[in-house]
Structures are given as C-alpha cells and as structure tokens.
Design a protein around this ligand. Structure first.
Ligand SMILES: [Zn+2]
Length: 482
C-alpha cells in the first residue's frame, strides 16, 4: 500500500511542470534545499552528473591545451572596479564581505561572481612577451550571484561552474577559441544531455558585462521558455587595457593581449531534468547517467536466493567489464515494487529484471525507462543488445527534443502575432528586429520575450522590425527567459 501511495505522491509533469520539477529533484535525491536561503545541497546522485560533465569538458579543454588552476574566492572591490562595464553589470548581484576577523575591512572583499578581474591581475604579472602566450587556464569553482527567489539549479545564489580564461597574441586566435568553447557546450547539450540547442550571438544589451561579443547556446524547455545553456565571450582588449596585460610582439612593439572567457554551470542540469522525464520521474540520457543499467533480482522468498544473486552478479560484472555503468540492487530492505519505483523516479535508462524464470532460461528481461517497453533477451546476446538499447534511447530522446524545438520555433512577421505566440504556446520566435536597445526593451516589456541570440545560421535578409517597423537585416531569436 505504501508503494502505491508514494508513486501517486510524485507531482505530474503533464499537469504542472514547475511543481513536478522541484518534486522530482527532491525525490530522485538529486538535490535538496539548505538552511541558507538561495543555496542548495547537491546530493551524490546529482553530483555524479556534474562529475560526468567535468570529465567530458576536461577532456575537450585538454585537447586545446587548456589546464586547470585555482584562484581565490575573494576579490578586492578595488580590483573589480577596474573594468567599469564589468562592475556595473555585476553590482546588483554582489555579496560583499565588509568585516573580517572582527575588523572592518578598508577594501571590502567581493565573493566572486566570476573571476575575470582576479585572474587578469595575475595575467598582467605573468605575461611580458609573445613567448608567454597563449595563456590557457580554466578553473572549476563556485560563484555567488545574489538571487531573491530560489529555483533548484536554475536560480540559486551559489552555483558551480567552470570558467575558462585565455589570452592570445592575435584577435583571430581569440575568436577561434571563443567558437571552439561554444561548440564544446553544444556537444555537452546535444551529445550528452540529448538536448538540441541554437548557437548564436547575444545582442549588445544581453552580452556579458565587459565583453566585446558574447556567444551562447540556447535551449527550449517544455513550457516554451528559453534556457541560456552556456556562454563564450570575446573580450577583445577591454580587460587587458584595464589590467595592463601587455606584451612585446614578435616585431618588438608593445600590444595588449586578446582575451576570451567562457562558462558552463550547474544551471545546465536544470535544463536536462526539465527536457526529459515524465509523470513517473526523471529520464536520464544514457551518456550522462551515472547508472545506465540497474539489475533488480526478483526474489520470492529464500528459495534459490543464492543462485539467483550469483546469476545477477555475473550479469552485472559482464556489463561493467564492457564499460556499461551498472548497479545491482540486492538490498533486502526494499520491496521489488519500491525498487522499481525508485529507479524510475531516478531515471535510470535500463532496468534488468531477473527472476527464477530468467535464471532457468538463461535470459534477462530488459525494461527501457523512456518508453516502458520490455523485452526478454538471451543471456548470450545481452551485451550487444543492451549497448544498442542505450544508443537507441539516447537517439530517441534527442529526436523527441529536436522535434519539440523545431515545431516550437516560429517565424513571426507582425507584432500582434508575436504577442499572441508569447501569450499562448511561447517557444522560440524568429523575427526581424532593428537592433536598437530601446526597441528590444519595449518588446520585452510588452511580451516578456527577450532576444535570445542571432543564430549563427541566420542569413542576411531584407525586412522590417516586427515591433517598430524600421529596416532590419536579420531575424533574431526571441524567447521568454528562465
Ligand atoms: Zn525595432
């Protein structure tokens, strides 16, 4: 009876996405609220996902020669103020330490909202000649940007991320780095999360404070709201001029370095959870799932118990030996129904049910989480079949999400249609925009939709702004932000 009750208790995704989202994160033991307002606890099952991302991104960054390092959590306010636009952009969200060791600090310390300033103060010390370039450094850390309302993963005061910061001899090299990082983020979303994204450039209003240009990957969530997935910035020479990061060129002249920064945060996991999943819980894509296969022995009493557990153990070992992340759930403390329920809520892609019948027939029953479909396979064919199934689930989740993105991206040519879409289905709107900030602000004020980006694939066309009617040359992507 208890089981049935618990299952009913999970809020339904089909009825209330936002209530389901919070509920499923708590019940799947991904994260929990903490005693600190705005801050959450990431539990082991959730942190394992972050570790998978770290592994993948570290591999990509290493391929470009980027190394990990660590810089201080505190940034002297005076240092942050060196780049004017940067401090203006961040000041509303800053957490500032004014007292330390019982004494009022002369120069207050900011808890890092991002590390440009503290890192570039060091870069100025380290870079003197073209021989010192490029500087290719990343750090994995936590940052603090004050939030008034908490929404697990998507809006928290403290979050985890990587921030890459590179310095180059030429702008061309810097631009190449910016685009490379952007493509790594696309790969994490599309290849690992099975979440399709649109790559593009941010508008002047939406770009990173202090950047010359900002590029982004944008995803569309099931409620038609947009999620900024990760950003990569061409900083030009804005920071190197403010921080005095100059070098002697190959020609013997002096020049400021060309810089980039790029970041990918735990916020992304919110997009992963929202995109997949159903009324029964999360659905994790196999490539990112920390447990890809769970083996559940169907024990009925004590008879044949040992032989069945041996058979299950052998199945697990065979899968682990093939690199499939497999877990054997041999807990006696939980009923079978409860185990099924728990792994369903946690979104484990494949469940293997193994009872006396399977053992006697030398078979296993495979159940896929995304469709609920069950098939019995011969033990000898199990490994290739499971590997194929994991691939199929990954592809199928991506195809479903891509279909949603495509069918919810609309070309809109009149402002009344624009308003209508934002009032009803939402989604991405492709519309001509004059590229004036005041017009962008008015659109946002009236419809809640902001420019998400100018897609990299956007062609130059002749058009008129959907809002003010002035000439426009590009269809920008609009959407309501999370
Ligand atoms: Zn306009």
């Amino acid at each position: 009876m208890k089981q049935a009750f618990e299952k009913k208790e999970l809020k339904k995704k089909s009825e209330d996405l936002s209530a389901w989202y919070t509920d499923v994160i708590l019940k799947a033991t991904i994260a929990d609220y903490s005693p600190v307002k705005g801050c959450m606890v990431i539990r082991p099952y959730g942190y394992a996902l972050w570790e998978s991302i770290q592994e993948a991104l570290n591999r990509m960054m290493r391929s470009a020669g980027i190394e990990n390092a660590y810089f201080p959590l505190f940034i002297p306010m005076s240092l942050l103020e060196k780049e004017k636009q940067h401090v203006e952009g961040f000041s509303p969200e800053l957490a500032v330490v004014t007292v330390g060791g019982g004494e009022k600090l002369k120069d207050p310390l900011v808890v890092r909202p991002t590390s440009e300033t503290i890192m570039y103060d060091m870069y100025a010390k380290w870079v003197h000649s073209w021989r010192d370039l490029p500087v290719l450094i990343n750090q994995w850390n936590n940052v603090v940007r004050w939030e008034k309302r908490t929404y697990l993963f998507l809006r928290t005061t403290e979050f985890l991320w990587q921030e890459g910061h590179t310095a180059h001899e030429t702008e061309k090299e810097a631009v190449e780095m910016v685009m490379k990082a952007l493509d790594w983020y696309r790969q994490i979303y599309e290849d690992y999360f099975a979440v399709p994204v649109v790559m593009g450039r941010k508008s002047e209003t939406e770009k990173f404070a202090g950047a010359k240009t900002t590029f982004t990957v944008e995803a569309l969530m099931p409620d038609g709201k947009a999620l900024q997935g990760g950003t990569s910035h061409n900083l030009g020479q804005n920071f190197s001029e403010s921080f005095g990061i100059s070098f002697q060129t190959r020609e013997g002249t002096s020049s400021f370095v060309w810089q980039t920064s790029f970041g990918f945060s735990t916020r992304s996991l919110g997009g992963l959870f929202l995109t997949h999943g159903d009324d029964n819980g999360l659905v994790l894509p196999p490539k990112i799932a920390s447990t890809q296969v769970v083996v559940v022995p169907i024990l009925r009493g004590d008879e044949g118990r040992e032989a069945l557990l041996d058979y299950c153990g052998e199945i697990r070992d065979a899968l682990v030996g093939q690199g499939v992340r497999t877990r054997l759930d041999d807990r006696d403390s939980q009923s079978i129904g409860r185990k099924f329920n728990e792994w369903e809520v946690k979104g484990v892609p494949v469940r293997l049910e193994v009872g006396k019948k399977e053992m006697d027939d030398r078979t296993v029953t495979m159940a896929r989480r995304d469709t609920g479909e069950k098939v019995v396979v011969d033990r000898r064919e199990m490994i290739p079949k499971i590997e194929k199934l994991l691939e199929d689930i990954q592809k199928s989740l991506y195809a479903t999400a891509l279909n949603f993105l495509e069918s919810n991206t609309r070309d809109v040519d009149t402002f009344s249609d624009f308003e209508e879409v934002m009032k009803t289905t939402r989604g991405f709107i492709r519309a001509f925009w004059c590229e004036e900030a005041s017009c962008e602000a008015a659109i946002k004020e009236k419809t809640k939709a902001a420019t998400r980006c100018l897609p990299l694939s956007a062609k130059e066309e002749e058009g008129t702004c959907v809002h003010c009617g002035k000439p426009a040359i590009h269809r920008w992507l609009f959407g309501q932000s999370y």
